[in-house]
Design a protein around this ligand. Sequence first.
Ligand SMILES: [Ca+2]
Length: 89
Amino acid sequence: MDTSQHFSSTEYGMLQINSFWWCDDKETKGRKNLCGVLCEDLLDDDITDDLLCLKRIVKDPKGLKAWIPWTENCEGKDLSQYTKGCSCN
Ligand SMILES: [Ca+2]
């Protein structure tokens, strides 16, 4: 599957998770809901399910490239200002 395509979908929540591949918004034609979550649950204050879905996304064979906001905003860019102070390097 090419998980980089939009197919008239919408990005939901803080992590901008795509409704064609990853969540069910009951609207996007052909949606796959590979995370098994409702898109509306990605809009609430509990980000636990959002993070679990992101972990599922990056398990895709394309890795981070399956997460559209990352390819559009982060790929190939210096992100060190955002990770300063983290022990994530
Ligand atoms: Ca949530």
